[in-house]
Design a protein around this ligand. Structure first.
Ligand SMILES: [Zn+2]
Length: 307
């Protein structure tokens, strides 16, 4: 899940004293090779926090395995998922290197707390935004580090700040019932979290997901005008990856459904169903059987009229 082939514009301190000797060896090798390009960091060596430029005034923020974007403008910054208390505190200090303006908006991609915790550090200057269906869930969770959204919307919302135009779009239920996408039309860039993995299978048993709506949601995403796809985990992709992931869900659904209709057991289905077309994708080896399980449960419930 590396963010590869991108220019590293800033690295966090991420100081691990026990790794210092390794770093020294690494640096000596890098220096002795007189490398012109910025070094590519392996997963073990990457700093905990990292900011990478995506376009003018548009940046990718990575904290461990989670990612968000932020946009700077002369009237303030727009931040998406704060990720965690530690991540947000680091980001708040880091943004000062890119802008002398405060954070004016924090946009929650969906209600899952592994993406949206920590926004309280921006509460002194920011308005918090989410899809309408996320708000009651955030309210109910009652985490003091996660401010309840001030502004919500159901279909589309525009934020115009300091000459930047940002569109928030709801494309229906998918990985949650409140996932929004952030579209930057000027940059033809789309930020989408947890529902369009780039050449990666779905997360584990898809517990909170709505597979049939998800397929329809991806068709809507495919209608949007963008080129770069920035996910909440893993490498940056292209528009093409939305169609590829829809194809994966459709193939998974069809393969599992064939057995569900015959009344096969979960054990049989997990043993039988394979999708070799996707075995080169990330996490196929460990998460694909769980994807099969999730799809089996969903389709079985559908067959019994529960969903
Ligand atoms: Zn999620």
């Amino acid at each position: 899940m590396d963010v590869e082939n991108q220019k590293v514009v800033n690295r966090g301190s991420g100081a691990y004293p026990y790794r210092r000797s390794l770093w020294l060896v690494f640096l000596v090798i890098v220096c002795s090779l007189a490398v012109q390009q910025p070094p590519v960091f392996g997963q073990q060596d990457r700093p905990e926090n990292e900011v990478t430029k995506l376009a003018d005034d548009v940046y990718l923020f990575r904290h461990q395995f989670h990612q968000a974007i932020f946009i700077t403008t002369p009237k303030g910054a727009i931040v998406t998922d704060p990720i965690s208390a530690d991540a947000a505190a680091w980001l708040k200090a880091e943004i000062k290197k890119y802008s002398d303006q405060p954070v004016r908006y924090v946009i929650y991609s969906h209600h899952h707390n592994d993406h949206i915790t920590g926004g309280s550090v921006f509460a002194d200057t920011a308005t918090f935004v989410s899809h309408a269906a996320a708000r009651p869930k955030i309210l109910q969770a009652g985490d003091s580090q996660t401010p309840v959204p001030d502004l919500t919307f159901t279909d589309r919302m525009f934020i115009d700040l300091g000459g930047k135009h940002v569109e928030l779009i709801y494309t229906g239920r998918n990985h949650s019932d409140n996932s929004l996408v952030v579209l930057l039309p000027e940059n033809k860039l789309l930020f989408a979290v947890d529902f369009i993995p780039v050449e990666t299978v779905a997360y584990r048993t898809m517990r909170s997901d709505y597979p049939d709506d998800w397929i329809e949601s991806l068709k809507q995403v495919e209608q949007l005008d963008f080129e770069a796809l920035v996910p909440g985990h893993g490498r940056v992709g292209k528009k093409e990856h939305a169609r590829m992931f829809r194809g994966y869900l459709e193939d998974l659904r069809a393969a599992v459904n064939e057995h569900v209709q015959k009344g096969a057991s979960l054990e049989e289905v997990k043993k039988t169903v394979q999708l070799p077309k996707y075995e080169q994708w990330q996490r196929y080896a460990d998460w694909f059987p769980e994807n099969v399980e999730g799809m089996y449960r969903y389709l079985s419930q559908q067959r019994e009229g529960v969903r």
